[in-house]
Design a protein around this ligand. Structure first.
Ligand code: F3S
Length: 652
């Protein structure tokens, strides 16, 4: 049968099920990655599973989200992660070495391989032909132990790129254009496969910017075919032998095709505070800009920063604006430095950050109150920058740098007309890539180099909470939330909170504090209860703490109009029942209502029951749907995935 690229890779890795959209499939995982905010829990779970060593071809632990060591807690976490990588046989990338997606792309990502990562932007190396999927930490721990990864077979959508980008339009604008057209829900249950003459013209960093932003569409993954550009890029990283040719068959069937004519694109921004709030830059021209940041896992490659450097040649950052460059990896930093660009940008007024996520999650470089910040990142959810009433625009490095030069939002085409000597930096920079840093990189400790002296746990590293079975009968609707509640709303990722990521008892005090700061206290006092939400509940990061902390507080079920994929899996993994309700029911429920589930939930979960009757204050009833595979039902009935896997080990 003629196949898409996705189907070919999945077929090669299939251990259970059939490649029918909507059906659950189990796939073998070749590589896993974790980062510091999700990684501590991954290794604690791996330890709880009583595993001896990593079973996948490769596992890599990065320290990128919280690299600033404000007090001992982050340093303790990093030391624990290094000790876990050494003990169990994973690569360890030191804090400051770069953002997981960028460093993984440079060192390990390989076409045709599967990658599972405990970070929602794991699909980034899809630009290199790797099938990469983001998942919760517990799924990573299980995959690392050799277990398959289960996911609903997505629909494969073809994004056919025609034409060529005009001057000043970039890969970021391709991704923003799609977000504007399809919205943050447009990719749910889908994998986007990019083909066509327009795709072939894009460089690997441009492709990975697009696959990175596929996460904002809600997509399970995004992938490009491989070609000479892929081979050349791998060769520059000293990994040419890892190249494999990957093309869709001529008559491969796609669920849908989206056509984009690149020649019609123009510079775009995502205005505050959603990545799909997309408009041409010209609509916001003249808006004062106090801060510009170029970097992150979306646009932090050497090739992303170079256009900024070229635009700033013989120019300066406007006096009323500050410009920060946060390279995605030390390799990018080093290449810019070796070629003299760092010094030139510094002379132009740019401030360099270490290679870290940092500002992307409000850790450092928090914007001033009531000010506009232009960032080349992938998310601008309200409050994510570290200040509640922020005003963050997402854009390309070119648009960001134009704003840094003028101090206001400006279409770079207009700026070029005005200045007369500002050339579009273009795609081919004519510069040599630096040496492949590969596995000899001194900031990556290989399993062979690691000191295996056992797990080192500081006082801030707690135990993994375990739940034995489920005892669900409903309860008070402790909180009613609107559409698009993100995992940032559920567990904020700011520095003061994230430092408790390995200490669930403490971290759970901050659960949903951005929606209602009395929530955790009320949940504990009520000894459990349920949550109510609108559409797309749990969108955003893969943070399993967003399910783990509610579980710790006794939340039994979430009633929502719809759930984001990774978060729904995390709810199953921590024994919380995700129940779907319709809009009318959502509208009728009030916070504080008593939602008593009339049916026997544990029995219904086991027997395959799909509809549950719920009585509201004993006055009216509605039906809620449980959409779960047999395996997900087993996990729920066991009280979560950890208990389920432990039971299976005991049965073996
Ligand atoms: Fe880090 Fe932000 Fe990417 S937190 S992984 S730079 S989305």
């Amino acid at each position: 049968m003629e196949q898409t690229i996705t189907e070919k890779i999945l077929d090669d890795h299939l251990v259970e099920g059939e490649l029918t959209p909507g059906e659950e499939i189990g796939i073998e995982i070749d590589q896993v990655l974790t980062q510091d905010t999700t990684g501590t829990m991954v290794w604690l779970q791996f330890e709880a599973l009583e595993m001896d060593e990593v079973q996948t071809e490769l596992a890599a632990q990065y320290c990128d989200h919280q690299t600033y060591q404000f007090d001992f807690k982050n340093t303790d976490d990093h030391r624990f992660l290094r000790s876990a990588a050494g003990t169990y046989g994973a690569y360890f990338s030191r804090p400051g070495n770069g953002i997981c997606h960028q460093v993984h792309k440079e060192n390990f990502a390989a076409p045709g391989k599967t990658l599972l990562g405990s970070d929602s932007h794991t699909p980034t190396p899809g630009g290199l032909g790797q099938l990469a999927i983001g998942a919760g930490g517990l799924d990573i721990a299980v995959a690392m132990g050799g277990g398959p990864y289960y996911v609903e077979m997505p629909e494969v959508v073809n994004v056919h790129l025609e034409g060529e980008l005009p001057e000043w339009a970039t890969a970021k604008d391709i991704a923003l254009h799609l977000l504007g057209e399809l919205t943050v829900k447009g990719g749910v249950g889908k994998i986007f496969e990019y083909t066509g003459p327009g795709a072939e013209k894009l460089s690997i960093p441009e492709r990975t910017t697009i696959t990175n932003l596929g996460t904002e569409l809600g997509a399970t993954s995004s992938i490009f075919a491989t070609d000479e550009k892929t081979k050349d890029w791998l060769a520059r990283q000293d990994r040419e032998e890892e190249y494999v040719d990957l093309q869709p068959d001529d008559d491969a069937e796609y669920a849908e095709t989206v056509e984009v004519d690149l020649s019609e694109l123009e510079p775009l921004v995502a205005a505050p505070s959603m990545p799909d709030n997309v408009a041409p830059v010209s609509e916001y021209e003249g808006t004062d800009v106090e801060q510009v940041i170029v970097g992150s896992c979306t646009n932090g490659a050497y090739e992303d920063i170079l256009p900024s450097a070229k635009m700033l040649e013989d120019r300066e950052v406007a006096k009323q604006t500050e410009m920060i460059v946060a390279p995605g990896s030390k390799q990018a930093s080093e290449m810019l430095a070796r070629e003299g660009w760092t010094a030139e940008m510094m002379a132009a007024g740019v401030n360099f950050s270490e290679a870290t996520c940092g500002a992307c999650i409000g850790i450092g470089h928090v914007p001033a109150s009531d000010s506009v910040s232009l960032r080349t990142f992938n998310r601008n959810f309200e409050g994510r920058s570290g200040i509640e009433d922020d005003s963050v625009f997402l854009c390309s490095p070119e648009v960001a740098t134009a704003a840094a030069i003028t101090g206001e939002i400006v279409d770079p085409r207009d700026l070029a007309d005005e200045l007369g000597d500002l050339e579009a930096p273009g795609l081919e920079m004519g510069t040599k890539y630096g040496p492949g840093m590969g596995q000899d990189d001194s900031d990556i400790i290989s399993p062979d180099e690691a000191i295996d002296d056992g797990l080192v746990k500081g006082p801030n590293i707690g135990d993994v909470p375990l739940k034995d079975g489920i005892d669900v009968d409903g309860g008070e609707a402790l909180l009613k939330m609107e559409d698009n509640i993100t995992t940032d709303h559920i567990i904020p990722a700011t520095a003061d909170i994230l430092k408790f990521r390995s200490n669930i008892e403490k971290l759970s005090e901050f659960t949903l504090s951005r929606v209602d700061d009395t929530f955790a206290e009320r949940a504990l006092a009520a000894d459990g209860g349920v949550l109510v939400a609108g559409e797309n509940y749990g969108q955003g990061s893969s943070r399993e703490h967003a399910a783990l902390c509610p579980m710790y507080l006794g939340i039994e079920a979430v009633f929502a109009q719809s759930f984001a994929r990774i978060h729904k899996a995390n709810l199953f993994n921590f024994g919380i029942v995700p129940l779907a309700i319709d809009e009318e029911t959502y509208e009728r429920i009030d916070q504080g209502d008593d939602l008593a589930i009339v049916d026997d939930v544990p029995a219904g979960v086991r027997s395959g029951q799909e509809e549950f009757t719920v009585s509201v204050n004993g006055e009216w009833e509605f039906t809620a749907d449980l959409d779960a595979s047999e395996r997900e039902r087993d996990i729920l009935a066991a009280g979560g995935k950890l208990s389920w896997v432990k039971q299976q080990h005991a049965d073996d």
